[in-house]
Write a protein that binds this ligand. Structure first.
Ligand SMILES: *Cc1c(COP(=O)(O)O)cnc(C)c1O
Length: 235
């Protein structure tokens, strides 16, 4: 596909996704721009990030360091500077690399990872924003902090000068109704904001369930498939 054809394709799907988000906000009785879009570009090339940035996308999400690091460098070299959100499971030995290009790490689910990021972020010109990924069904197997680990992580991040505690991120468990999952997330978010005022971000909702997430207060939705197309590999 030519660059022009791909740009037209992305422009059309972006318009649809933006319309869907706006409709969901209005249906939820929230301001039309209450939920921001993070375009999940994993498995897609840097050229798509550059085209999306040209179309006005300000935030992109990636889930693997090996893929994101060169992609961010290529986009930067082409003059595209979106905010990079790291949204995948992150090993502590990758903290330094991720802190080098990411603006937000949404997948912090342990005190040990928070501490590694704190060390990795000390030389940054600006603090690294952190969202705590929570396990909505308290099953830590698929990633996400379960039980009281959320509160322990929040205290560590809030006390770290190189980190900025933004709020929460979650993926609805496969076997839960999205509304039930995001309602529970909203309760956790209210608890977090009470403990750490200002940590009010809720990153929730993907291509299949963004409406439910927006109904329950999502401030950021992470959209891949509806924007860029089906991925060949599932992750
Ligand atoms: C891949 C991914 C998304 C995007 O999912 P789609 O269904 O393609 O919109 C969102 N969040 C996380 C954590 C992901 O890994």
């Amino acid at each position: 596909m030519t660059d022009v054809a791909r740009r037209d394709q992305l422009a059309a799907s972006l318009a649809e996704v933006r319309e869907r988000i706006a409709r969901a906000c209005v249906a939820a009785g929230r301001p039309v721009d209450a939920a921001r879009l993070t375009a999940v570009t994993k498995t897609y090339p840097a050229s798509d990030v550059i085209l999306l940035a040209g179309l006005g996308v300000t935030d992109v999400g990636e889930s693997r360091d090996q893929e994101a690091e060169p992609k961010a460098a290529a986009a930067r070299a082409a003059g595209a500077a979106p905010r990079w959100h790291f949204i995948g499971q992150l090993q502590r030995n990758k903290a330094r690399s991720v802190a080098g290009y990411a603006d937000v790490v949404e997948s912090v689910d342990s005190v040990r990872l928070a501490t590694a990021l704190e060390r990795a972020a000390v030389d940054r010109p600006a603090p690294l924003e952190v969202l705590i990924q929570v396990s909505i069904d308290d099953d830590p197997a698929r990633g996400g902090a379960a039980g009281d680990e959320l509160w322990r992580i929040s205290d560590v991040v809030a006390a770290a000068p190189a980190l900025l505690l933004g709020g929460l991120m979650a993926v609805a468990p496969r076997d839960w109704e999205p509304d039930r999952a995001f309602e529970r997330l909203a309760v956790l978010s209210a608890g977090l904001a009470e403990r750490h005022p200002g940590a009010t971000t809720i990153s929730a909702g993907m291509s299949g369930d963004l409406e439910a997430a927006v109904r329950h207060g999502a401030t950021h939705v992470r959209i891949g498939t509806s924007l860029l197309g089906m991925r060949n590999t599932l992750r």
